[in-house]
Design a protein around this ligand. Structure first.
Ligand SMILES: Nc1ncnc2c1ncn2[C@@H]1O[C@H](COP(=O)(O)OP(=O)(O)OP(=O)(O)O)[C@@H](O)[C@H]1O
Ligand SMILES: [Mg+2]
Length: 457
């Protein structure tokens, strides 16, 4: 059966300095936008923190002393700041989204260009599905990280720091009371996230198994129907479907336990604040507005902490994606153009000189093949299936390099000829016809399409 635990399942570190440094290089061309987004996020934090404080001030300086003028001024300032916040949010959202898209565009171009240069050897080792995943979802994960991910972490940290400072300034006793809930909240969140991550891994695995089974049964429907195996296949599908359902069920159970747990924790913190803070208001040690501002801060305090733990998973996924993408980019093309290419006047003499070749370095497919085809001569290679006819053409086209020996065209080793030049001299009718999307004319023109014409794909 299929190996479900493929490399896309591997999750590792959430932060890897080496990978991060390399990734930041892709953000570098857009450093202006990135800097502006960070500045905006700092300002947004300041505006956010100003909100509850202004409400508190409106109560203490306007409502309690019954001063309508002050109340109006503070209300207008509050409204002004909220409108600015909306505007800044719009700009920073736009900046980040476009930044992420630009970076993904660049990365996708780089990976695609690189893939175009790789030899068939590479494609023998890497299944198509996996490469497509690299160019699409892995790059998507990196785009998320580089645009919203990093900035969200930065702004969450700003926000937590800003809230701590604002609370400490307002009332150190109440601040310490609230902050002392952080370790407890973190503990609950970490337990929750770890369990949930495990559940999600299980869900992904079981979904992969479900998909693979459906695919197998649809492709093999002829065999299933001719042998009357429909009921047996359906029974097996039932158990696979059931496993998939169980995995989801587990995640739902975790959610239904932990979400209220976090809410209870936050409610206990607010309750304590209300009791002790309210006591201080009754004794006259703090003003009512201060308590209201404080409770507002405390309500918002657990949000960024929860968000940070969410981002941990995004970071982890993105680091794994980065590792896989860089692995492709770091795979050198094993068929390279010569440093000093030679050009022979094309007449067309082909010599195979003691050619040995193996696809996988284990079994020799060609063992010491030598022959000469004179210019203008017509030769047919005839042999059993698997005899090596296609392999000879593959070597002549330099889709692979010979393991030993050499191939000469007009006396020049084909490794000393530029690949484009070599292939321009070859005309190939493939055994398996491959059509690119487009019409017949476009497909016929593909080979002739030189610079400017451009291939269709
Ligand atoms: N990409 C590959 N990786 C590993 N082994 C390969 C690969 N392509 C071909 N082979 C092996 O090399 C040998 C020669 O195959 P080749 O395709 O050259 O034969 P052929 O003469 O073209 O056969 P046919 O008449 O069926 O087209 C076979 O044993 C085949 O299994
Ligand atoms: Mg063949």
């Amino acid at each position: 059966m299929v190996d479900y635990q493929h490399e896309d399942e591997i999750f590792g570190k959430a932060y890897d300095a080496r990978l991060m440094k390399r990734l930041m290089r892709y953000a570098f061309p857009y450093k202006g936008r990135l800097a502006l987004a960070i500045i905006l996020s700092l300002l947004l934090t300041a505006f956010f923190i100003a909100g509850p404080r202004l409400i508190g001030l409106a109560i203490d300086k306007g409502v309690t002393p019954k001063d309508k003028q002050v109340l109006l001024t503070i209300t207008l300032i509050y409204l002004g700041i909220q409108i600015l916040r909306l505007g800044f949010n719009y700009v920073s959202g736009y900046l980040l989204a476009s930044l992420g898209q630009r970076i993904m565009f660049d990365l996708r171009m780089e990976v695609f260009k690189h893939l175009q240069k790789m030899s068939l050897n590479f494609f023998d080792r890497n299944p198509v599905g996996r490469l497509v995943t690299r160019v699409t979802s892995d790059i998507g994960a990196l785009g998320d990280l580089l645009s919203t991910g990093i900035i969200a972490v930065v702004s969450d940290i700003f926000l937590i720091a800003g809230l701590v400072v604002a609370m400490l300034i307002l009332n150190p006793f109440l601040a310490v009371l609230t902050i002392s809930f952080i370790p407890l909240a973190l503990l609950v969140l970490i337990i929750f996230k770890t369990r949930l991550r495990e559940s999600y891994r299980l869900i992904r695995q079981r979904l992969a198994r479900l998909n693979a089974y459906i695919q197998e049964c649809v492709s093999g429907i002829r065999v299933i129907q001719i042998f009357n195996q429909e009921d047996r296949m359906t029974d097996k599908f039932k158990s696979i479907n059931n496993e998939h359902y169980q995995a989801h069920y587990q995640a739902i159970v975790y959610y239904s336990i932990f979400i209220p747990a976090v809410a209870v924790l936050s409610a206990v913190a607010i309750g304590l604040l209300l009791y002790f803070g309210g006591g201080s208001v009754i004794r006259g040690t703090i003003q009512l507005g201060v308590l209201i501002a404080f409770i507002d801060y405390a309500i918002h305090f657990f949000g960024p902490i929860q968000d940070l733990t969410d981002k941990y998973t995004i970071f982890q996924g993105a680091m794994a994606s980065a590792e896989r993408i860089f692995k492709i980019l770091d795979t050198d093309e094993d068929i390279k153009d010569p440093v000093r290419p030679k050009t022979a006047p094309p007449s067309g003499e082909i010599i195979f000189d003691n050619v040995w070749f193996s696809y996988n370095n284990e079994i020799d497919v060609l063992k010491g093949i030598s022959f000469t085809i004179k210019a203008g001569e017509s030769v047919a290679l005839v042999g059993v299936s698997g005899g090596g006819k296609t392999t000879i053409i593959n070597l002549l086209s330099r889709f692979y390099d010979v393991t030993r020996g050499r191939i000469l065209i007009d006396g020049v080793d084909i490794r000393n000829i530029r690949q484009t030049e070599l292939r321009q001299q070859l005309g190939i009718v493939l055994q398996d016809v491959f059509l690119f999307s487009g019409n017949i004319l476009e497909n016929i023109r593909l080979k002739g399409a030189g610079p400017g014409g451009g291939p269709i794909c």
